[in-house]
Design a protein around this ligand. Sequence first.
Ligand SMILES: Nc1nc2c(c(=O)[nH]1)N[C@H]1C(S)=C(S)[C@@H](COP(=O)(O)O)O[C@H]1N2
Ligand SMILES: [Mo]
Length: 204
Amino acid sequence: MGRDEHREEGLPPGQRPQRGWPVTHYGPVPRFRPDRWDFRVFGATADGGRTAWNHEEFSALPYATVIADFHCVTRFSMRGMEWGGIAAATVAKLAPPADDVTHVMVWAEYGFSANLRLSDFLDPQTVFATHESGQPLTAEHGFPARLVVPHLYAWKGPKWVRGIEYMTTDRRGFWEERGYHNLADPWQEQRFTYQESPGDGPEL
Ligand SMILES: Nc1nc2c(c(=O)[nH]1)N[C@H]1C(S)=C(S)[C@@H](COP(=O)(O)O)O[C@H]1N2
Ligand SMILES: [Mo]
């Protein structure tokens, strides 16, 4: 049988629907310490300064809801996830990048990171999720906040996120240095580094 006969309606190629939400990550689940937690915006900011919101301040930022499918590169997809949280575009509006920023590194606990093009970061569906289906995220799924970039494979969304770095050139994040595609578009099946075309990412 050809692959199209296996194609699940509405899902990117090579993905199958999954019921029940699995937990997928590298390393241990960090403990949330509200007194020490902050969300930082640094790197090439518009005014050259840094922003740090504590948990109370971050939680008070405007709340948005995004309904979208979620695609893991290991080939399962979750349909219709209901994310609630702070739109990435809101973060960029409150703590804007300099004019020459092209990419964003999203940083999480233990130094986990994922790089995004600024345009992917600013996509209206990109959200720092604090909730799913109206419930706060569980520790395993990224409490207190994780990024979700619905139009890219899910590794582009760090759980236990702690901040963003505005960059004027591209740099690879954690999985992008370890064999995964720099761009990660599931509709183009950009799964692995060896599938990259010249210009898709920085030299390894
Ligand atoms: N901090 C961190 N975030 C991460 C990962 C990770 O290893 N560490 N894995 C990513 C991958 S590969 C996937 S598929 C999703 C899984 O999210 P879930 O466990 O909530 O389903 O988290 C992403 N975010
Ligand atoms: Mo994944």
